[in-house]
Design a protein around this ligand. Structure first.
Ligand code: 5BU
Length: 265
């Protein structure tokens, strides 16, 4: 089923996690990654229960949960796995390789439950090896999404910087893909040309209500983002702050899936 819609992307992919994502997205007919930005464990469980069937991945910020505990988090990750979801910790690592490796452990032990993490490449390519070593330390595999662009206004990721991230990231087997700016389809099309077809592009800054968000966030249209080359729309408040998160997640799933079919046919 994944091969039907993803075509050559699926057939040629050498990444276990990318294939897994394409399979889950095809099963659920959704390219939605929920940014589960709720700050209580009960809020997180409630959200997962409501929208699980309509999303393909779950993005977390483990360090913003007020009542976090290792035990509750373990249960939450188990529930996410049962809901057929990839778990993506948006940690935005940026340190040298050996420290990034250690930061995958520590109190949150990100290496033990995440399938994907975000990282800047500002410190050089060893950060990716450090993160991969972190997963290796617990016998797991994972994928790194490098920040090639950001959705926030005034960010310092210049086109030249983006090019370097893509050139270096494209060659690295530990790199699952890139974060692109979902709020600007024209920037995304450029990014897709540089990235090629092998790696993924996932995009925050997407909302059915386009325009400026809170504190410098910018929003673009989900359909346009997918048509411009996004493989996964990362949606937070568009779902978790809506009056009916379930109905909203369903709408984002439909829009993203239809856009993928339109793009690939
Ligand atoms: P929103 O509520 O849809 O605006 O949430 C967006 C989420 O995506 C939030 O968790 C951010 O941390 C995350 N994000 C982003 O908005 N922009 C970026 O460039 C990156 C991540 Br990288």
């Amino acid at each position: 089923m994944a091969s039907e819609v993803w075509g050559a992307r699926w057939l040629n992919s050498t990444s276990e996690i990318a294939r897994k994502y394409m399979e889950v997205s095809a099963r659920k007919q959704s390219l939605v990654c929920l940014a589960a930005d709720r700050n209580t464990m009960s809020g997180l469980f409630e959200l997962l229960e409501e929208v699980g069937p309509y999303i393909a991945a779950l993005k977390t910020h483990v360090d913003l949960v007020d009542d976090w505990s290792a035990e509750k988090w373990k249960d939450f990750c188990t529930a996410a796995k049962e809901a057929d979801l990839l778990i993506f910790e948006d940690r935005k690592f940026a340190d040298i390789g050996k420290i990034s490796r250690s930061q995958m452990a520590g109190i949150y032990d990100i290496r033990s439950w995440s399938d994907l993490v975000t990282s800047h490449l500002i410190s050089g390519p060893d950060v990716v090896d450090g993160l991969q070593a972190g997963w290796g330390d617990v016998g797991r595999v994972g994928g790194v999404l490098l920040l090639a662009q950001m959705s926030s206004r005034g960010n310092l990721l210049s086109p030249e910087y983006t090019d370097q991230v893509v050139t270096k990231g494209r060659e690295h087997p530990g790199v699952f893909g890139f974060i692109g700016n979902g709020s600007r389809p024209e920037e995304l099309s450029e990014l897709r040309k540089k990235v090629g077809q092998e790696k993924m592009i996932w995009t925050p800054g997407v909302n059915l209500a386009v325009g400026d968000g809170e504190m410098g966030q910018r929003y673009g249209d989900p359909r346009e983002a997918v048509l411009a080359g996004s493989d996964c729309i990362i949606v937070g408040s568009g779902i978790h702050r809506s009056k009916n998160p379930r109905a909203s997640a369903k709408s984002y799933a439909e829009v993203s899936w239809n856009a993928l079919i339109e793009r690939e046919s």
